[in-house]
Design a binder for this molecule. Structure first.
Ligand SMILES: Cc1cc2nc3c(=O)[nH]c(=O)nc-3n(C[C@H](O)[C@H](O)[C@H](O)COP(=O)(O)OP(=O)(O)OC[C@H]3O[C@@H](n4cnc5c(N)ncnc54)[C@H](O)[C@@H]3O)c2cc1C
Length: 599
């Protein structure tokens, strides 16, 4: 079905509260495909649709130029073989599967790695300024645990340049983008199929009822439910998880969260912000508080270029065992590198450290500690087209699951956005074309309206931000880099108590906008994401990749499965298809050694 971006504005009567600050306006719009999220994955999908002449509307809860994608620094992977001619997409697939600790879906991995060169070509076609060698070849750098150099980049502003490039292309195609609309519900009819989404404008409270044939969920992950995180404030609060689950979807591997080794410690309001892996890629050295270079004790071959999970665990162990810095970190030192290398290859790290700490990294080391960074699990999707359990609902990017398993290779996330953005755009278009009619549900719309009205009428003593902080504390104490049964159970008990207090919140929009309402929904999402994470982490009674269980320090071959969660089924084991022989032969190590917890 093809709608044109029809729009109706109406005021739907006086709400239950007499508060004059509360907007009663509702905007009604129709489109063929609605994209929730304007990061790299959402924009790439929207571009695919617009290039095919399909009506599309994209929206985000924060400005499009300031999404998580624009923070990505180090690079984007494709086996272009411009530097190392022996590289191939099959080797890229083998490295990805190897480093996923056999939890990635081989089909998803094949689709991304074989489609990666096309993803880079698309970006070039849109005008992306990749770094190049003197003869014009795209430069590729080493990222941890890759067999060859295959990470393309633009200084250490790769994500920012990708985001700019996609926004420019979206503007050329005149794709309508709304920058401050918070989606609170995916609308589902009585047959369980999608027919749109409901939300509100964070700035003025205007409600949005958007009818669509299909909805693409590109709303990021859940790593902001930990205290120290590389996420921006108010992003990655688990919205994709809640929106998908409330619509009838499931989550896969929510417990698999990548802790990046290098989050800064100060200032407090920027704690957890990332020092790009490029700093280690370019030759940065890690030292503990005693001045010892310690990676040799954890991965003697690869040292600082080991995988993120091992470097993060090594840093955690040094700190936990009393060899940390006075502030509870370790040192990351690039000061031995030529100044020119730092200024051309790490300009963002240089600038950021000057701005945040007045620290000159050409002279002094950076104090860092592990920080929650990336959701490797996410909404359950089919590998081929990222459709979910809910007809008409798709998930992509960090919101989705299947590519990374228990450890994401640096640079693989950005390429996933490009590859699956294209595929999912096409899949959503085909789904829409196959609809002869669409059922809607006035009850579903009424429930979405009532959910907002109910929150706006609350005036309880519990503070939404304080409850969010409590969830972050719980997750940090009980579901951080190293976990155990007792801690996870305590975490669940604390979460029960927090959820009980959530019944007494007060939501107060003010003259500055509806941020308080947005925080209330963020809180709901964070609580759901935290529960799913704790339950799956309990069930994964082993140590594998990012998931370290001090009470189960070995890898358990029986747990070479994905863990799928929904409120009605609880945690269920899902088998993973076999790795094709041609790729398996390219894999290096014995995975059972890699799974061992070093503490
Ligand atoms: C500091 C940093 C450095 C990184 N470096 C790299 C790197 O070098 N290479 C690499 O491959 N990966 C890197 N990553 C990871 C990568 O950047 C992200 O995984 C990726 O950009 C996520 O893109 P996305 O499109 O899935 O979501 P995002 O870019 O996070 O966008 C999410 C969108 O959803 C919107 N949204 C969320 N909730 C709602 C809601 N309820 N209603 C409406 N809109 C909503 C947001 O406003 C936003 O528009 C890095 C990440 C960080 C934080």
């Amino acid at each position: 079905m093809h709608w044109s971006n029809a729009e109706v504005v109406l005021t739907f009567g006086v709400m239950s509260t007499p508060d004059h600050r509360i907007s009663t306006t509702e905007r009604q719009m129709s489109t063929t495909v609605l994209v929730v999220g304007t990061g790299g994955s959402g924009l790439r999908a929207a571009i695919e649709l617009a290039e095919a002449g399909i009506d599309v509307l994209a929206l985000g809860k924060r400005p499009k130029m300031d999404t998580h994608t624009s923070l990505a620094a180090g690079g984007i992977n494709a086996a272009l073989a411009t530097m190392d001619p022996d590289d191939s997409w099959q080797q890229h697939a083998a490295d990805t599967l190897q480093e996923s600790y056999l939890l990635a879906n081989p089909r998803t991995v094949e689709i991304v790695t074989s489609g990666a060169a096309r993803g880079i070509e698309d970006l070039e076609r849109y005008g992306m300024p990749f770094a190049r060698e003197a003869d014009g070849r795209i430069s590729l750098r080493f990222f941890g645990a890759h067999t060859y150099r295959r990470t393309a980049f633009a200084g250490d502003y790769t994500g920012l340049e990708i985001q700019r490039t996609l926004i420019n292309r979206a503007a050329q195609l005149q794709i309508p983008i709304l920058d401050s609309v918070y989606v609170t519900r995916i609308l589902v009819n009585d047959d369980g199929a999608v027919f749109g989404a409901y939300g509100f404008d964070i700035e003025n409270g205007t409600r949005y009822l958007i009818h669509a044939d299909a909805v693409i969920l590109a709303a990021g992950g859940h790593n902001r439910i930990w205290r120290r995180t590389s996420s921006r404030r108010d992003e990655n609060t688990g919205d994709s998880f809640r929106l998908a689950v409330d619509a009838g979807g499931r989550l896969r591997d929510p417990e698999l969260v990548q802790f990046h080794p290098s989050g800064i410690l100060e200032p407090e309001n920027a704690a957890g912000s990332l020092v790009s892996e490029a700093a280690r890629g370019e030759g940065g050295i890690l030292r503990n508080g005693l001045g010892e270079r310690f990676m040799g004790n954890y991965d003697p071959q690869r040292l600082e270029l080991s995988t993120r999970d091992r470097v993060a665990l090594a840093c955690y162990t040094e700190i936990k065992q009393g060899r940390g810095t006075p502030n509870g970190g370790v040192w990351l030192d690039v000061s031995h590198l030529p100044r020119q290398t730092i200024m051309t290859r790490l300009p963002r790290v240089y600038q950021t450290m000057l701005e945040l700490q007045m620290l000159d990294i050409t002279k002094d080391p950076i104090e860092i500690a592990p920080t929650a960074h990336y959701s490797m699990g996410g909404v359950w999707v089919r590998p081929e087209d990222h459709s979910t359990d809910v007809p008409g609902l798709y998930a992509i990017g960090e919101a989705s699951s299947g590519l990374h398993g228990a450890n994401r290779l640096g640079g693989n996330s950005l390429i996933e956005l490009l590859v699956f953005g294209r595929i999912v755009g096409q899949a959503a278009a085909a789904y829409s074309a196959g609809l002869s009619a669409q059922k809607r549900s006035s009850d579903a719309v009424a429930r979405a309206r009532a959910e907002i009205a109910d929150l706006l009428s609350t005036d309880g003593p519990e503070n939404v931000r304080a409850l969010q902080r409590d969830i972050r504390n719980t997750m940090t104490e009980h579901a951080g880099v190293v976990r155990d049964e007792a801690g996870l159970r305590t975490g669940l008990a604390e979460l029960d108590a927090i959820e009980a207090r959530m019944a007494d919140i007060g939501v107060h929009p003010d003259i500055a906008g509806y941020q308080d309402l947005a925080h209330a929904f963020d809180l709901k999402s964070a609580a759901l994401a935290a529960r799913a994470t704790l339950l799956a982490a309990l069930e994964r009674r082993e140590t594998r990749g990012c998931h370290n269980r001090s009470d189960y320090p070995d890898l358990d071959p029986a747990l070479q499965v994905n863990l799928v969660w929904s409120p009605s089924t609880g945690v269920v084991r899902e088998p993973i298809p076999e790795i094709p022989a041609a790729i398996a032969t390219l894999m290096r190590d014995d995975i059972s050694v890699a799974g061992k917890l070093v503490e």
